[in-house]
Design a protein. Structure first.
Length: 174
């Protein structure tokens, strides 16, 4: 049931974005984790859906994708069967859409990628960022989903609309 405060969320994203490796080139090797966190902070999708999401017009078949022209996130691609782990097809919030469009202009093809390839899992990198930010091990990639739901309810959002946006049942949200 853990969720992040806005200060914790900002601290995590900045920790990942600013991190430099201890090597002669001081590469910023956690930027892909920062991008995951940013997408998760707005969308509240499951980590696997975010990691597999393409942002390029020519997308791989059967994968989640984000249409940057219309601003729609297609978490469940056509032909993909429904499971208990629901996936949403919703409008992307404008601030996130601006980030995604900029990333695409910079050559990125997936919402979360490492060296041009989609990232399949962020759990180890996420745990490293959480440790560096001095937060507890109870903060996992799934915590972002709880965070989006909690923030929406705290703002007084309609529970039915929030449940639909997050692709979860009303009962689960409540």
């Amino acid at each position: 049931e853990r969720w992040l405060t806005s200060e914790e969320a900002a601290h995590l994203i900045l920790t990942a974005w600013r991190h430099k490796d201890d090597n002669p080139f001081q590469r910023r090797t956690w930027r892909h984790i920062a991008r995951f966190m940013l997408v998760a902070r707005y969308m509240g999708s499951r980590a696997a859906v975010i990691c597999g999401a393409s942002i390029e017009p020519k997308r791989p078949a059967g994968k989640p994708w984000i249409d940057l022209t219309t601003g729609v996130f297609h978490g469940r691609p056509q032909g993909h069967r429904d499971t208990k782990k629901r996936r949403q097809t919703v409008r992307v919030p404008d601030p996130l859409l601006a980030h995604l469009r900029r990333w695409q202009r910079l050559g990125q093809r997936y919402a979360v990628e490492w060296r041009g390839k989609p990232v399949t899992r962020v759990s180890k990198g996420h745990a490293a960022v959480v440790y560096a930010a001095e937060l507890g091990p109870d903060v996992t990639p799934h915590t972002w989903r709880h965070t989006v739901a909690s923030w929406a309810m705290q703002r007084g959002a309609d529970p039915g609309e929030t449940a639909k946006f997050l692709a979860m049942s009303y009962e689960t949200l409540i």
